[in-house]
Design a protein around this ligand. Structure first.
Ligand code: NAD
Length: 363
């Protein structure tokens, strides 16, 4: 039996509870796995002077596979997102978020099976920003005016949206390669190229060029404007297969896709790079539920299913997925969110660890 060493970043908020549940379920499959547990986020700031210490990155690089809980980002001020920094530092350029129906989730639809491929390193998430009133903002405003590019109000804060040929090529290729490897039929590039000529316009042009490279693959290609995509996802979720999007649209449409399948509690994800992969749920740290043993660990556990497949533990992955499907379909030992979606009340729901116990019994 192959032995695996996986970096585990518990995170904060509900992170430690849901990663404990995930860890228990994965260990109960009987695979040989060792966790290299490292901490990141606000809690380690005092000790290391940074929310993302170098030894955390080193652990991910060394083990090549990591799984994490959510990490809180202070709003507006304070340090930038650790989650975004991790993706950038490890060049985890592809964010993969499968969205599939689970019977008993209480979702409005029962036939969803789509995959979001979100570019993870650039766009408005590049973190290139100029504070209102700063020297940088003043210079940029002057430059835009001098270039005849447009007038920006002097009291503006500015965030840049870089989209490159390099990153667009690799994310669209990733989407096609994923589609081929997973028996998918269609890739849709999502953009706002009609308005954003030089960023989304480039994304669309390069996506079309890459689609040409895959003309003989049997995978259909189409493109769609992001606002129309949101509406059609709600009206006709069954139309969609693999969607490839720049960073910000990918973030927003991922939450929409999570809503289609019954909420953030069951939406899993992976950040894939050339050398390293970091698995994590779509949701954040849900601070209001911290320490209450109520959060739904399914999204974290389904992220572990993606991880298990990635490390070739396909049998364990299938068993965990089956256990999730069985327990949620039964509707007895489920967390508050699933109970409420089904019955309108949280009455009779079980806690995070009791739900994990029910999964372990089914493995
Ligand atoms: P959130 O995802 O934490 O919560 C949104 C809503 O979903 C809340 O009502 C929450 O209670 C519910 N929810 C989320 N996960 C749940 C679960 N597992 N079970 C049951 N209910 C769940 O989003 P937010 O409130 O906007 O963000 C909170 C913090 O998390 C912020 O600091 C944000 O920056 C951070 N965040 C981190 C990540 C990450 O670590 N990758 C992702 C998104 C947000």
């Amino acid at each position: 039996m192959a032995k695996h060493t996986v970096t585990l970043i518990p995170g904060d908020g509900i992170g430690p509870e849901i990663t404990t549940a995930m860890r228990r379920v994965v260990e109960a499959t009987g695979i040989d796995i060792e966790w290299d547990v490292v901490e990141a986020g606000a809690d380690v700031m005092d000790k290391y002077g940074t929310p993302l210490p170098e030894h955390v990155l080193e652990s991910c690089r060394r083990n090549k596979v990591a799984i994490k809980g959510p990490i809180t980002t202070p709003v507006g001020t304070g340090f930038r997102s650790v989650n975004v920094a991790l993706r950038k530092e490890l060049d985890l350029y592809a964010c993969l978020r499968p969205s599939f129906s689970i019977a008993g989730s209480g979702a409005r639809y029962d036939d969803i099976d789509l995959v979001i491929v979100r570019e993870n390193t650039e766009d408005l998430y590049a973190g290139i920003e100029f504070e209102e009133g700063s020297e940088g903002a003043r210079k940029l405003i002057e430059f835009a005016a001098a270039e005849g590019a447009g007038i920006i109000r002097p009291d503006s804060g500015i965030s840049l949206k870089p989209i490159s040929i390099t990153c667009t090529q690799r994310i669209v290729r990733y989407a096609f390669d994923y589609a081929i490897a997973n028996g998918r039929k269609k890739v849709t590039a999502v953009h706002k190229a009609n308005i954003l000529k030089h960023s989304d316009g480039l994304f669309l042009r390069v996506a079309r060029e890459v689609a040409e490279e895959y003309a003989d693959s049997g995978i259909e290609f189409e493109d769609y404007i992001v606002d129309a995509t949101c509406m059609q996802l709600v009206l006709h979720p069954e139309w969609w297969d693999v969607l490839v999007l720049p960073n910000l649209y990918g973030d927003i449409v991922s939450d929409l896709a999570a809503g289609l399948i019954g909420g953030l509690g069951i939406a899993s994800g992976a950040n894939m790079g050339t050398d390293c992969a970091v698995f994590e749920p779509v949701h954040g740290s849900a601070p209001k539920y911290t320490g209450k043993d109520v959060a739904n660990p399914t999204a974290e556990i389904l992220s572990a299913v993606l991880m298990l497949n990635h490390i070739e533990e396909r049998d364990a992955a299938a068993r965990v997925l089956n256990a999730v499907r069985e327990v949620i379909a039964e509707g007895v030992n489920v967390t508050y969110d699933i109970k409420r979606s089904n019955t309108g009340s949280t009455e009779g729901s079980v806690g995070t660890q009791a739900y994990a116990d029910a999964l372990i019994e089914r493995l």
